[in-house]
Design a protein around this ligand. Structure first.
Ligand code: ATP
Length: 451
């Protein structure tokens, strides 16, 4: 299957089955913006849960935060975003379309899609800096004094709260503050579906360390984050770690590595791990006059911590999971579309299927579904069509388990559990069903799924 075809299939599956819809579709849409449907929103929640568990709940040295999207605009002057958060842009003098000067290779002329910008009849302007921040106005008056910005990253909210968290928790460096939340960037280049959108959720953690230890913590976090993706079942051969060249580094960073994935459209950043030095805390200290330093009561020294930042995008992670999980298997009489999602992130954990729509099977199936939901599992009840077709519908959205209620269930209180990846079926007592599914999820590996 060609790469463009694979992407098309994923986009169409996302729309058809309720993962992702183009935003404002009935009005013709709005560029690079999407809404998440019933299954998409469950997928995003599970990605965030997995991230929050690994980064906050399972650790003693990281705490969470939820900071405001609109902060005092001085925040963004100090961070360097007002002056420098821009992409070099060129315009086509003929059709007026705008492109990122550093991404012309990937762009297409909107009038002649077989050509790249500048290779059609249109001439391109010289590159100009285009700021990616969305402006808004705060308060009743709309003038230059009321300008504020929608945050382009969640990190700054963390730096602004460094002192608050330090004082209200008993943490001392090395420690981290993590945040998941929406960020906004007026991206110009077309986005490869939800890979690049104008609003997106970031999952960022700022890890504050004593100066001099930043190299070891940087190595630690690159490894941890890489392992997290492997644990979610992403194929190792499609992941790589790429260190930034000196000329690629952001103004605040002395070294950065990206965890990249091989997308159908080429290698791209999935997550960045940046050593942000003491840049942000020092700049905010200077600009606000509030000392953002740590006082070590043992050595009686003050120091500004250095910062290591793992920063990923929730939507990009979800897209990566979908792409990586997508599989078409040739069976004897048809082709099976299946998403080999890790059971922890699958939007529906169990399909609840009465074998036939009579003899008390629907009622018993619904009771079993209710018990599973009470135990915290998500279920989907389906009694329409032949059982084989219903299995396929669950395979296509990555549901790892199908519970079939049949005549025997009514006699001995057992059900058939059908596994998505191997299509194997086994008989399980209803009394032990939740424990059985949890054990299957704990034992799941990507290798076994596609063996
Ligand atoms: P890119 O080089 O792709 O523009 P970036 O280096 O600007 O990304 P960061 O500022 O490091 O990205 O943001 C951290 C993460 O947020 C990225 O690794 C990515 O997963 C996600 N992200 C960034 N921009 C977008 C976007 N426009 N749409 C969706 N996710 C994004």
């Amino acid at each position: 299957m060609s790469e463009a075809v694979l992407m098309e299939k994923i986009v169409s599956l996302c729309k058809r089955r309720g993962f992702v819809y183009p935003a404002s579709e009935i009005y013709g849409g709005i560029g690079n913006t999407y809404d998440y449907g019933p299954l998409g929103v469950e997928l995003l929640r599970r990605v965030k849960d997995a991230w929050w568990s690994a980064m906050v709940r399972e650790r003693e040295d990281v705490v969470g935060l939820d900071s405001a999207i609109i902060q005092n605009p001085k925040t963004w002057v100090t961070s360097g975003h007002v002056g420098g958060f821009s992409d070099p842009m060129v315009d086509c003098k003929k059709c007026k379309a705008r492109f990122r000067a550093d991404k012309l290779e990937d762009a297409r002329c909107p009038e002649k899609p077989s050509k790249k910008p500048g290779q059609c009849e249109g001439e391109l302007t010289e590159p100009r800096a285009f700021n990616l921040m969305f402006e808004t106005n705060v308060g009743a008056v709309k003038d230059s004094s009321s300008i504020a910005y929608l945050r382009p990253e969640t990190a700054q909210g963390i730096f602004l709260n460094f002192k608050n968290v330090l004082e209200s928790s008993r943490l001392r460096p090395p420690f981290g503050i993590a945040q998941i939340g929406k960020s906004f960037r007026n991206e110009i280049t077309p986005g490869n579906f939800v890979f690049r959108t104008r609003e997106f959720e970031q999952a960022e953690m700022e890890f504050f360390v004593p100066p001099g230890t930043e190299h070891e913590w940087f190595d630690y976090w690159v490894k941890e984050r890489h392992r997290w993706y492997l644990d979610l079942g992403i194929r190792p051969e499609r992941l790589r770690i790429r260190a930034h060249d000196k000329d690629e580094l952001a103004h605040y960073s002395n070294f950065t590595s990206d965890i990249e994935y091989e997308y159908p459209f080429g290698w791209g950043e999935l997550e960045g791990v940046a050593s942000r030095t003491d840049f942000d805390l020092k700049r905010h200290s200077e600009a606000s006059g509030v000392d953002l330093v740590f006082f070590d009561p043992q050595t009686k020294e003050h120091f500004t911590p250095f910062v290591i930042e793992p920063a990923g995008g929730v939507n990009r992670i979800a897209l990566t999971l979908l792409i990586d999980a997508y599989d078409e298997q040739k069976l004897e009489d048809d082709v099976r579309v299946v998403l080999h999602l890790h059971p922890r992130v699958a939007p529906i954990t169990a399909g609840i299927l009465p074998l036939v729509k009579k003899e008390g099977m629907p009622e018993r199936a619904k009771e079993i579904g209710k018990a599973l939901r009470k135990a915290g599992l998500t279920t989907f009840y389906d009694e329409k069509a032949a059982i084989g077709r219903r299995y396929r519908r669950m395979d296509e959205v990555g549901t790892p388990y199908c519970i079939t209620v049949d005549g025997q269930t009514l006699e001995d209180n057992t059900v058939t559990v059908r596994l998505r990846d191997s299509m194997a079926q086994e008989r399980v007592a209803v009394a032990g069903l939740v424990a059985h599914l949890e054990a299957c999820t704990a034992a799941w590996t990507r290798d076994a799924a596609t063996a």
